[in-house]
Structures are given as structure tokens and as C-alpha cells.
Design a protein around this ligand. Structure first.
Ligand code: KG4
Ligand code: ZN
Length: 379
């Protein structure tokens, strides 16, 4: 089965074609037009600007995904007529379209959904609306380089930590299509915490990669830390010490806004903070990671799961990937641990198509007349 995925929830215009068979998903193309450079100057995503950019990019991106996947046109193999040199008017050999229906920015979602509806009508193929968070989770089901390794495949039930710019949630996945939220953030998402922390430290947007890069400097043997300065792993008086909010709470909820405020006050108190950006970034990143790992391991124990999965843009964070793998190995050695390949962590359409493939197997199609977007769509 061949699925076209479309993703426009936030600031990436993305289209991908995947081929599914049994539990195997092969990515034939994965095209992403990122708007990061456009939004950088505003320090964050401007919804109106994002939607306009999606309108400009959506058809060229879909066309490129189809071309790169070499999905033969039905009927006309080489010379299918196109609309303005974009998107063939003769249907390509695609069985269904999987498209983000929410959560996300409403006008951005509408561009992807409107396009999916139109193509479904023109090509006479079904549409599968996908929850963006479910899409992130399904990045774990795209074939891995080490697909033969049992540790890289999911056995249900699984606990999934989904961490992105808009969401931080722990979910219990008992099987395909059976995903229940067991905890979520009460305020800022983990990615949002990275972005806001980076802004305070004068680093660029998006903040996650910027903080990770600064934090990594502290591990470089050539890095000269200011005198006696250490992070909270040491007992030194000068250590930077940020809180781990809700780390000991009994539930599986998160809160990151207090951490952000703690960073703000630490910087206000410290006249020389500009000389210690890598150290602040390292401690801030570690505070987020400590909470995420602690809650995920606790949930895995409580629900007696077989697999821990990581998903979402923040799952691109190398320290989180490594430390979560180590914590699982040490504390729950019988469990599997899966995480998406790096290119499927931040927003992409291959993950939407992957989620769509499993829904298509259950015939979960929606007639184009009934398709809607919902900026607050829940799992
Ligand atoms: O999933 P995603 O692409 O978009 C949303 O659904 O929100 O996630 C974007 C978020 C941003 O907040 C970004 O700062 C964060 O993922 N991110 C990272 C890293 N790469 C992206 N956070 C920490 N470390 C990274 N390497
Ligand atoms: Zn996302």
C-alpha cells in the first residue's frame, strides 16, 4: 500500500510517500520545506506568515515527493499533465492520503487539509486524518537501519514519551490505534522550554538545537569553564543549580514554566552569566532531561510495559537519546527502547504517512466532505 503524507501543522511544509507491507514501512520520499529562516527574525513562529508560506510551498513540495518516489501515474507513466507544472492532474499510484488534522496552528492545518481534500476529490482516493502527536509516535514504526535488532522493534504495551515544541505527554500504547494519554504538561512543553531558555541565553531559534550545541561545549576537553564553575553534578559552592519541577510528584504530569523562571532569576543574579552560557545551557538541558527520564521510567514500571518509545522534535536531542537508552538499560534491562531516526524526529510527513498506513489497514478513512481540522485535537 502506498500512502502520501501531508504535514502543515506548524512551520514545516512537508510531503512524503511511503510504501507499507505487513509491519514494514519503506520511505520512498520525504520532502520538507522549512520556514525556520523566515521565523527566526521574529524569535518564534508567526501563524499568519506560516500559513501564507504553506500556501506557496504545498503543491511544489507534494509534486517533489511524488516525483522522487517515482510512483508511476495510473494510466500515463511519463507525461501526466500537471497544474502549473506542479502536482499531476492524472492520479499517481497512491492508495490514500494521510494528512495532519490537528493539533497545531489552525490556518496552517487548513492549507494541508484543503490540499488533501482537493487531491482526494481529483484523484478519487481516500483520506485519513491524522493526529499530529500520533504521527510523531509512528515515526518509531518507520524501518530502522537496524531493523533486525529486536531492541529496535516495538512490543506492546509501550510507554511513549512525546516531546515537541507544542506538546509533552506520556502515552500508553496497547496496540495500533490504542493510545491513551497518561500524563502531560500543565504549562510549557519541553521544546517550548528549550526555545524560551535559549531566548534568555541570547541563543538562536529554534532553541533546542542551540541549547544542545552550547551544552555540548562543556564536554569538549578544550572548553575553559570559568574558575571553579560546575553544574549541579558537583558539590561546588559555585555550581549552577536549577530545579527539576515535579520530578517526585505521584502523577505523570510535567511542568516546565517554573524551570524557565528559575533560569531567568539565576541569570539576573549572576552578573557574569554571559561568560558561562555553555554551563547554564548544560544545567538547563539536564534539568529537562532528568524530569523526562524519571517520569518515563516510572510510567514504564507502573504500567508494566515491554517497550519505551521516544518521539517528537525534542527526541532529536542527543543527550536525551543517550541518557534515556542508558536509564532503560540500567533500570529496566528487559525492556526494549525505540526511538525514531533523527530525520523523523522533528516535523515531517513520513511519520504522518506511517500512521496513515496502520489506519488504512483498519479502513479508517474519512469522506472528503467530512474532513475538518481542530487546533486542539486530542489523542
Ligand atoms: O515536533 P516538532 O518539530 O514541532 C512540534 O510539533 O512542536 O518540535 C520542535 C521542537 C522545538 O521546540 C525545538 O526547539 C525542539 O523541538 N528541538 C530540540 C532539538 N531539536 C529540535 N530540542 C532539544 N534538542 C534538540 N536537538
Ligand atoms: Zn511536531
Amino acid at each position: 500500500m502506498t500512502i502520501l503524507g501531508i504535514e502543515t501543522s506548524c512551520d514545516e511544509t512537508a510531503a512524503a510517500v511511503i510504501k507499507g507491507g505487513g509491519d514494514t514501512i519503506e520511505v520512498l520520499s520525504n520532502i520538507i520545506a522549512s520556514q525556520i529562516e523566515i521565523h527566526k527574525k521574529y524569535g518564534g513562529v508567526v501563524p499568519e506568515v506560516a500559513a501564507r508560506e504553506h500556501v506557496l510551498k504545498i503543491l511544489p513540495v507534494i509534486n517533489e515527493a511524488i516525483e522522487q518516489a517515482s510512483v508511476n501515474r495510473r494510466g500515463m507513466i511519463n507525461h501526466a499533465p500537471t497544474i502549473n507544472n506542479h502536482v499531476p492532474t492524472i492520479a499517481p499510484a497512491i492508495d490514500a492520503i494521510a494528512v495532519a488534522a490537528g493539533p497545531g496552528l489552525i490556518t496552517s492545518l487548513m492549507v494541508g487539509m484543503g490540499t488533501a481534500k482537493t487531491l482526494a476529490y481529483a484523484w478519487d482516493i481516500p483520506v485519513i486524518p491524522i493526529n499530529h502527536i500520533e504521527g510523531h509516535i509512528y515515526a518509531n514504526f518507520i524501518n530502522k537501519e537496524r531493523a533486525d535488532d529486536r531492541q529496535q522493534t516495538t512490543e506492546f504495551p509501550a510507554v511513549v514519551l512525546t516531546v515537541s515544541g507544542g506538546h509533552t505527554l506520556l502515552a500508553l500504547m496497547r496496540g495500533h490505534g490504542d493510545i491513551k494519554t497518561i500524563g502531560q504538561t500543565r504549562d510549557d512543553a519541553a521544546g517550548e522550554a528549550f526555545d524560551k531558555g535559549a531566548k534568555m541565553l541570547g541563543l538562536g531559534y529554534p532553541g533546542g538545537p542551540a541549547i544542545a550545541a552550547e551544552a555540548a561545549k562543556t564536554l569538549n576537553p578544550k572548553h575553559q569553564a570559568p574558575n571553579k564553575l560546575q553544574t549541579s553534578n558537583s558539590n561546588d559552592q559555585n555550581k549552577i543549580n536549577l530545579p527539576r519541577p515535579m520530578i517526585n510528584s505521584k502523577n505523570f504530569d510535567f511542568s516546565f514554566s517554573g524551570l524557565k523562571t528559575a533560569l531567568l532569576y539565576s541569570l539576573k543574579k549572576d552578573k557574569k552569566w554571559k561568560n558561562k552560557i555553555p554551563e547554564y545551557a548544560c544545567e538547563y538541558q539536564q534539568a529537562i532531561i532528568d524530569v523526562l527520564i524519571s517520569k518515563t521510567i516510572k510510567a514504564a514500571k507502573e504500567y508494566n510495559v515491554s517497550t519505551i518509545m521516544l518521539a517528537g522534535g525534542v527526541a532529536a536531542n542527543e543527550e536525551l537519546r543517550v541518557q534515556m537508552a542508558e536509564a532503560t538499560k540500567k533500570q529496566l534491562p528487559d525492556l526494549r527502547f525505540t526511538l525514531p531516526d533523527l530525520r523523523f524526529t522533528t516535523d515531517n510527513a513520513a511519520m504522518m504517512a506511517a500512521a496513515g498506513y496502520f489506519k488504512a489497514q483498519r479502513q479508517e478513512f474519512t469522506p472528503w466532505q467530512d474532513l475538518k481540522v481542530d487546533c486542539n485535537l486530542e489523542l
